[in-house]
Design a protein around this ligand. Structure first.
Ligand code: KG4
Ligand code: ZN
Length: 329
């Protein structure tokens, strides 16, 4: 089964061709990061317009790189939400035009399920599986007893992991894109500062990161006020240690309670080196899998892989598909 998939929920315009829910034949990703450097973050209106500019090129290039034509494609898939409405709309409209023009069935995919299925590219997962989704907009723990069967057991009460990386980066003067640069700088640093680990010992699977963000801000302000010498690499590293300890503890707790055989850690922040190392070393009772680095951030390949399992469940959409800024798994 060949699926042509579109992703445009935030600041990447991406089109891919995937095969049998496992193999990526092509995955064109046009990032808007360079455009948003001067703004220090994503500007939704500009993002929508950039998607319009790039989507036709991405579509033609994805087909060409896969060495296929629309005759070979069985389904057209697209991210339906959650995400920025204007950005989602461009991907959805493009997918509808292609589906109508070539008479192919249309499948809407939840962006978070896409991130989860990034871990299943060329990989057969074991069930029950636990997905730790850590992206710019979401932080969720999801138990899957089978394919396309999502049971969310916890999420963040405030900031998402990627979001708090971006905000703390700004506090310590690291330019946009904060997350990846903070990761790079933190590698050279030491965890010298003891920052809070919010909800570390709560009985549930909820997360909270806004207190950690405020504590980091207070720390920097105090160091400045008292003219104490500090290096941002040490603050970056201390912050990362606090985030990862909470992620590890909650993941370990869920592995035990739900008899998890495999943990998949996905989403933009799954690219983080401290998170990858600490979770790999700390999870002993289950296999731990991260997507390849190129599939951690937003991409259309993960949407195609996820669509395959939605189709297998018999769930197909139609031309009435509309973008949703909020959409639960
Ligand atoms: O999944 P994603 O590409 O978009 C959303 O669905 O939100 O995630 C983007 C987020 C950003 O907040 C970015 O700072 C974060 O992922 N991120 C990282 C790293 N690379 C990207 N966070 C920590 N360490 C990284 N290396
Ligand atoms: Zn994403």
């Amino acid at each position: 089964m060949y699926i042509l998939s579109f992703e445009s929920s935030c600041d990447e315009t991406s089109v891919a061709v995937t095969k049998d829910g496992k193999y990526v034949l092509s995955n064109e990703v046009l990032s808007q990061i360079d455009i948003f450097k001067e703004y220090g973050g994503v500007v939704p209106e500009i993002s929508s317009r950039e998607h319009v500019k790039g989507i036709t090129y991405a579509y033609l290039s994805a087909l060409k790189n896969a060495n296929l034509t629309m005759d070979d494609i069985d389904y057209v898939a697209v991210t339906e939400g959650p995400g920025l409405i204007g950005s989602l709309l461009t991907g959805i409209n493009a997918a509808k035009i292609v589906a109508l023009n070539y008479n192919k069935p249309l499948v809407g995919v939840n962006h978070l399920s896409g991130h989860i299925y990034a871990a299943m590219i060329e990989h057969d997962v074991l069930f029950p599986c636990l997905a730790l989704v850590i992206s710019g907009g979401h932080t969720e723990l999801v138990v899957m007893k089978n394919h396309y069967d999502f049971n969310r057991i916890g999420s963040t009460k405030d900031d998402a992991v990627g979001e708090v990386f971006d905000k703390v980066a700004r506090i310590i003067g690291i330019p946009y894109p904060g997350g990846p640069l903070l990761d790079k700088i933190g590698k050279e640093g030491e965890p010298l500062y003891n920052l809070p680990r919010p909800v570390l010992h709560s009985n549930d699977y909820s997360f909270s990161f806004s207190g950690l963000k405020s504590a980091t801000l207070n720390l920097v302000e105090n160091l400045e006020k008292t003219n104490t010498k500090y290096e941002i690499k040490d603050i970056a590293r201390s912050f990362e240690e606090a985030v990862v300890e909470v992620l590890l503890e909650k993941t370990k707790k869920a592995v035990k309670e739900f008899g998890i055989k495999e943990v998949v850690v996905v989403g933009g922040s799954a690219a983080n080196s401290v998170i990858r190392k600490t979770l790999t070393e700390g999870i002993k009772d289950a296999i731990i899998t991260f997507p390849a680095m190129k599939y951690c951030g937003d991409n259309a390949a993960m949407i195609g892989i996820s669509a395959y399992y939605k189709i297998k469940k018999g769930e197909i959409d139609d031309i009435s598909l509309s973008p949703k800024s909020r959409l639960d798994l």
